[in-house]
Design a protein around this ligand. Sequence first.
Ligand code: HEC
Length: 484
Amino acid sequence: MVVYKLLSKLFGMKSVIQNQKYVLTFAFLTILSFGCIAQPKGETIYLKNCAQCHGSDLNGGNATSLIDGVWQYGDEDGYISRNIKFGIPNLGMPSYEETLSDSDIRALVQYIRESENKVGATPPPIPEKIETMDYDINVEIFVEGLEIPWAIDFIDKNTALITERPGRLRIVKNGILQDEPVQNIPEVLNEGQGGLLDVAIDPEYNENGWIYLAYSHALKSQNGDRPLAMTRIVRGKIENNTWTNQEVLFEAPHENYRPTRHHYGCRIVFDPWGYLYFSIGERGYGFEAQDVSLVNGKVHRINKDGSIPESNPFNFNDSAGKTIYSYGNRNIQGMAIHPVTGQLWATEHGPMGGDELNLILPGRNYGWETITYGKNYNGTIITEETHRPGMEQPVLYWKPSIAVCGLDFYCSSLFKKWENKLLVGALKYEEVRLLDIEEDRVMHDQIIFKGYGRVRDVSTGPDGAIYIVLNDPGTVVRLTPDKN
Ligand code: HEC
């Protein structure tokens, strides 16, 4: 009754609200919602437990941002919950199994998601035109509605293949995405950063019809343990929209499979001499990148049929080492062959502040995790060393990390001024850079596309257009110069 009187006085609503019951309900709801605003559970728990490392605005500090859309250890709620519950001990992410209940953790994940949505997680609509120093550019949506597209390659002018990480190979015919994915492709482990990764068309496709895939492959679980996984390379053909004639070109020895779900690599490229190169990330085992008897943290080279080239630098080594071309590579997700020199270039994700562009030479050691320009994500030093004799220096490194992903030399005359320049994609910074390379140096670096979503892959199409694969929402855009 008191509340009723007070409210009616306060709001002068006596004449409007005749029924006391409504007023009481209104008062009750007001108090309740006020209580909720003052004490949202997720936020309270966050500020108490997490803010000192991930920042009070969730945007990072001593540890990585939780709202930049980059999830290194899995982007689904289940992974995020698990990372909170069990921690990532070797990186300094504590476990909260003892101190937080499952419902606390659910509230935290919800709070992180809400905060993520607030910071413009949805990029602005893609414009029809953009300007760069050299060209005014028309931007078209080539395909949309994809789910985590990872890579694009072209069979011919009218046919593109796109991988979707959850495990689908899609065909785009005359600019139209075919509804039905290619049937019967190998089963992939769609967890964390794993899934269906790269697709590459044989340079002699017209004669042989081969298509190459890279994906994360899981072994059968032993005694109900978490299945072990590693990057695997296969080739096959597409007939009647079905994957056939599959050959496994590379499968790691099973003792080299790992339980983690990140840092798989993996790009596939061919050089002018017919060799096939692919990358495997260190799978979260940094020190193993230095061990040339293990496949992780390496660039590998094989013949297109899976046999091992005589001239491979570690051919004398045990079987695991024979395919290795370079080592000490953390997680390469961009590889391209220079159209004139035939040399292999690669971009690799570093830790905080250590993304690298490297010219990959046979038998060389690229230093991870003995030397690096990056720090651990919690800000602790991995190593003071940035140089060491016998270890290669990057041609360029990005500090802070832009999260390099996707790489291609622009090799057409449509954008005449950009011929043989290097297109570099970036997830975190949502951009495509164009680098002028002379011999083994970067002479100039400009951003040509930025702010429309995380970039997974960049590619010169057979029509000379530049194709950019955006992660979220899953879209491929096509850039052509404006003639006017
Ligand atoms: C002592 C510092 C510290 C505290 C406290 C901490 N974290 Fe972390 N957290 C880390 C580090 C370091 C990582 C690893 C980051 C990396 O390598 O990307 C991490 C990673 C994570 C990840 C995985 C991020 C990804 O990219 O997949 C999540 C999710 C996360 N933390 C949530 C939380 C939450 C929620 C709390 C509070 C309950 C919390 N953390 C408290 C240091 C901390």
